[in-house]
Design a protein around this ligand. Structure first.
Ligand SMILES: *Cc1c(COP(=O)(O)O)cnc(C)c1O
Length: 396
């Protein structure tokens, strides 16, 4: 069992800060700076170009993919890292549509993160007439899975409300209708146990800078189920996804299995930060993490509801939520700015969501209580109602 009173010491959090935004950008692990410095100086600096071989840089996207795969229930050898999540969404979607050429509908929901929908729209412009992105309310996804649907592209946890879809049930429904599934795990990986192989998911994608703590700009990951690995086309046919990149053939031949989902040069320095972050995850029992996350979330919900009149936006049933708690308030932006000014960091999502990430690796009951108390005080005193809290910054 992971001892969550010990894991906080693995992170370098500023004093006086209660960090409830690890669902958006995870904090800095203590080991990261030295690991990155080592990669820069001892590898890049000392070995120059030979480091691609001598330091194993070229093999890292697969090795890191497998380490993430272990956290999301993927079969070894079927996950790879690289690029950003938006790019990986595009690749998964293009590959899935190609596998099912007689169907034309991409099904998604209005709780999806906009970039996933934008990538689908962009892809549709490259495809022949007749393809359609059908976006329904989250609660209507199950009934919208028809035999017209080629691909169901769903983000498991809603970035605003924290509502969680039932991956097992929706994947089964999709398969019953002959559709393929793409699961976006941006708010799942490192938030709770995910069982991709057991659920029979066809494709999955996600990022590593949220709950996994690999730092701003850290690479994304993509998973392709073994049954599709030999057929899925990467769409972005980059040289490092080629079967023999250093043969420098003029024509493209896809690499074996998941290797073909690589595109270009991997982000070596950022991979060092990802490695340091994943070292922490080696020690974490994900079932214990989930239990602790629900315990802290329930505590926060109870305290906030007892002391404020904020409306809970997150489902109450534990099985229907991820690892965040959200409340609605028309002045949510100003309230969040007032909280941040007092060292309680969450974030705001338009139009009215106050969002709090629950991350047991570095949050305690004391901090949960403190955050709830500061929030109650800001509301009771109307401290948020000040001009400096109402001016919108570029990143909310
Ligand atoms: C955070 C997030 C993204 C971000 O995509 P990037 O390409 O990494 O900027 C995409 N999709 C979902 C569902 C997210 O939560």
């Amino acid at each position: 069992m992971t001892d969550f009173s010990q894991t906080r010491a693995l992170f370098d959090l500023p004093a006086g800060v209660t960090y409830l935004d690890g669902n958006s950008l995870g904090p800095l692990p203590r080991a990261t700076a030295a690991r990155v410095a080592q990669t820069v100086q001892d590898e890049w600096g000392a070995h120059l170009i030979s480091a691609w071989n001598t330091c194993g840089w070229m093999a890292k996207p697969r090795a890191l993919g497998d380490r993430i795969g272990a956290l999301i229930g993927a079969e070894p050898g079927h996950t790879v890292i690289g690029d950003t999540l938006s790019i990986k969404v595009f690749q998964a979607l293009a590959a899935a549509l190609k596998l099912i050429p007689d169907r034309r509908v991409i099904l998604s929901d209005t709780g999806n993160f906009p970039t996933d929908l934008y990538m689908a729209e962009g892809l549709l412009k490259l495809l022949p007439e007749g393809y359609e992105l059908r976006t329904v309310a989250p609660e209507d996804v199950a009934s919208a899975i028809t035999e017209e649907v080629a691909v169901m592209m769903i983000t498991e946890v809603d970035y605003r409300t924290g509502r969680r879809h039932d991956m097992q049930a929706l994947t089964q429904l999709a398969h019953d209708k002959g559709a393929l599934t793409i699961w976006d795990l941006a708010h799942s990986a490192g938030a709770f146990p995910v069982h991709l192989a057991d659920c029979g998911a066809d494709f999955a994608v996600g990022c590593t800078y949220k709950y996994l703590n690999a730092g701003p700009g850290a690479p994304a990951f993509i998973y392709v189920a073994p049954k599709h690995a030999a057929e899925a086309e990467p769409a972005l046919a980059g040289w490092l996804g080629h079967k023999a990149p250093f043969a420098f053939d003029l024509g493209y031949t896809a690499g074996d299995g998941i290797d073909r989902m690589r595109v270009g040069t991997p982000p070596v320095i950022q991979m060092a930060a990802l490695e340091a972050a994943l070292d922490i995850w080696e020690t974490v029992d994900l079932d214990a993490l989930r239990a602790r996350s629900l315990e802290l979330a329930d505590r926060f919900i109870a305290k906030v509801e007892a002391t404020t009149d904020l409306a809970l936006a997150t489902p109450r049933a534990p099985r229907d939520r991820g690892s965040q708690v959200s409340f609605r308030h028309p002045e949510g932006y100003a309230i969040m700015q007032a909280l941040i000014a007092r060292g309680v960091i969450g974030d705001f999502r338009a139009p009215d969501i106050l969002r709090f990430g629950i991350t047991p690796l570095y949050l305690s009951e004391t901090e949960i209580d403190h955050a709830a108390e500061v929030l109650a005080d800001i509301l009771a005193t109307n401290a948020w109602n000040a001009p400096e809290y109402k001016e919108r910054k570029a990143v909310t």
